[in-house]
Design a protein around this ligand. Structure first.
Ligand code: PEP
Length: 255
């Protein structure tokens, strides 16, 4: 089965509602007619509803994505957003376990695992981020870290759900640093992840699961990354904030 490539934008804590709406006015036009790849945008929570309305009005098939969520449906969790709230807006995907959540906000694999199960249970498809820190790569611990993030992060997920799972391999040392993994480094880890799914589950699942690369992706390096056999798309931070740059990334083989 063919793996449809995904081009995902993680806007992090950037863009107001007004700025997001301005971006979309032009962006929807820039990418109109593209049907062979999935375009995913993860704006700030405050923008989700407005953007959803815009996408519906324009009949756009861009997938709306949240950057995070709590695993509980409601309760005394000040400052958190629940899967029910995301479901109400009509969010298709959610980023879980981004390295900034792990390393700035202290989310561990067990907490992340609860979010992954919860997202699936509410019909929101998770993009589970994994990736090693620089010292872990230098200490030859990359595969050990990835194995632990996948084993724990997916520990309780029913196998039936996994065909809809997206993994984003994001080496922490490459996020927002301008240092991209070489295509060789990216492919090596992506292949490890695909083999992990084959060993743990089966070959047909391993062939379906989409694995994105993230970490300083630009229009200059996208082609080399997308040429890797196990890279099924990208998760883009900085370069997704600019309409023309993100469009160039999405259309890397068209224009
Ligand atoms: C990210 O935040 O997921 C990311 C990959 O950021 P950047 O593209 O800026 O490195």
């Amino acid at each position: 089965m063919e793996r449809i490539p995904i081009f995902a934008a993680n806007w992090k804590m950037n863009k107001t509602i007004k700025e997001s709406a301005e971006f979309f006015k032009e962006f929807i036009y820039n990418i109109s007619g593209i049907v062979d790849r999935e375009i995913v945008i993860a704006p700030a929570f405050t923008c989700l509803q407005e953007i959803k309305a815009m996408l519906q009005k324009e009949n756009s098939n861009i997938s709306l994505c949240a950057q995070n969520m709590h695993f509980k449906d409601a309760g005394a969790f000040t400052g958190e957003i629940s899967p029910v709230m995301l479901q109400e807006i009509g969010v298709k995907r959610v980023i879980i376990g981004h390295s900034e959540r792990r390393h700035i906000f202290g989310e561990d694999n067990n907490f992340i695992a609860l979010k992954v199960i919860s997202a699936f249970n509410y019909g929101i498809l998770p993009i589970l981020c994994v990736g090693e820190k620089l010292e872990e790569r230098e200490g030859n611990k990359t595969f050990k870290v990835i194995d632990e993030q996948l084993s724990k992060g997916l520990s309780e997920v029913k196998e039936d759900f996994l065909k809809d799972l997206v993994i984003a391999y994001e080496p922490v040392w490459a996020i927002g640093t301008g240092k991209t993994a070489t295509p060789l480094q990216a492919q090596e880890v992506h292949e490890y992840i695909r083999n992990w799914f084959e060993k743990k589950y089966n070959l047909s699942l391993a062939k379906i699961v989409r694995i994105l690369y993230g970490g300083s992706v630009t229009h200059d390096n996208i082609k080399f990354l997308m040429d890797c056999p196990d890279v099924d798309g990208v998760l883009v931070g900085g370069a997704s904030l600019k309409n023309d740059l993100f469009t160039k990334i999405i259309k890397y083989d068209i224009i």
